[in-house]
Design a protein around this ligand. Structure first.
Ligand code: HPA
Length: 245
């Protein structure tokens, strides 16, 4: 069964026939919200609102460990994370959908591993390819079938937030090879890997990153909200096709 983690703009998954909700307790504390069991166009899935149902959890306080553990606990075998991002490459403008293939982590102070208990043997998971390739390919092929434009590949740079970046920080990230910037992609992807949960991200570009293109002077959060509202209908169509057998 697929799990979908919804980010900003996707705290609720419209079109999801809700069957039940479960408050899951974990050894790592409480997940962001109850896990929603439902059907997307008839296909059973579980859904988790990353920022909580009322969008009250900032990226740096999200309990990523509890979220992923809870999804695995309720029977999710694969995870698709929807993440709102800024486009660092000018051609990745507002409204663009991207299936990234790499990650650079700039976060700090987050609980980022399951392997830090006192009796835990030191464990180093492989993270060469942070996203599960079959999930990426499935997303891309469903998008092709639907004739929905989706950009294949990108490097997601994850910042600490909650403030947006300076133009200088974005220039540095561009030099580092990042093409997208968001605040929630890590440690989420790494924790999924530690649990052995296949995981990939569908990135939704809400704005040009600071200093780039339409954000050369500033980033307007009301504009970001409008872009997300306009884009999420397309995301839902893609998600429904993605989970279908
Ligand atoms: N920076 C970081 N995270 C984001 C952005 C951004 O510009 N847009 C949406 N999420």
């Amino acid at each position: 069964m697929y799990a979908i983690i919804g980010g900003s703009g996707l705290a609720k998954l419209a079109g999801l026939d809700e069957v039940r909700r479960e408050v899951v307790r974990t050894p790592y504390g409480d997940p962001s919200s109850p896990v929603v069991f439902g059907k997307l166009d008839g296909t059973p899935i579980v859904f988790l609102a990353r920022h909580g149902h009322g969008h009250t959890l900032a990226p740096h306080v999200i309990n990523y460990r509890a979220n992923l553990w809870a999804l695995q606990q309720v029977g999710a075998s694969e995870v698709l994370a929807v993440a709102t991002v800024g486009g660092i490459l000018a051609e990745l403008g507002p409204g663009t959908l991207v299936v990234p293939d790499q990650v650079v982590d700039y976060t700090y102070g987050r609980r980022h591993t399951f392997f830090d208990g006192p009796d835990e043997p030191v464990t180093h998971v492989d993270f060469t390819h942070p996203y599960h390739e079959p999930i990426r390919q499935r997303l891309l092929s469903k998008a092709r079938l639907l004739q929905l434009p989706v950009v294949e590949g990108g490097t997601y740079g994850c910042t600490q937030g909650p403030r947006l970046e300076s133009a200088g920080e974005i220039r540095r990230m561009a030099r580092d090879g990042c093409t997208l910037v968001g605040m929630t992609g890590m440690p989420e992807a790494a924790l999924a890997r530690e649990l052995g949960l296949p995981y990939a991200t569908l990135a939704v570009v809400a704005n040009h990153a600071a200093g780039v293109g339409s954000s050369s002077q500033s980033i307007s959060m009301p504009d970001v909200g409008k872009v997300l509202d306009a884009t999420m209908a397309r995301v839902r169509v893609l998600l429904a096709a993605f989970v279908q057998a």
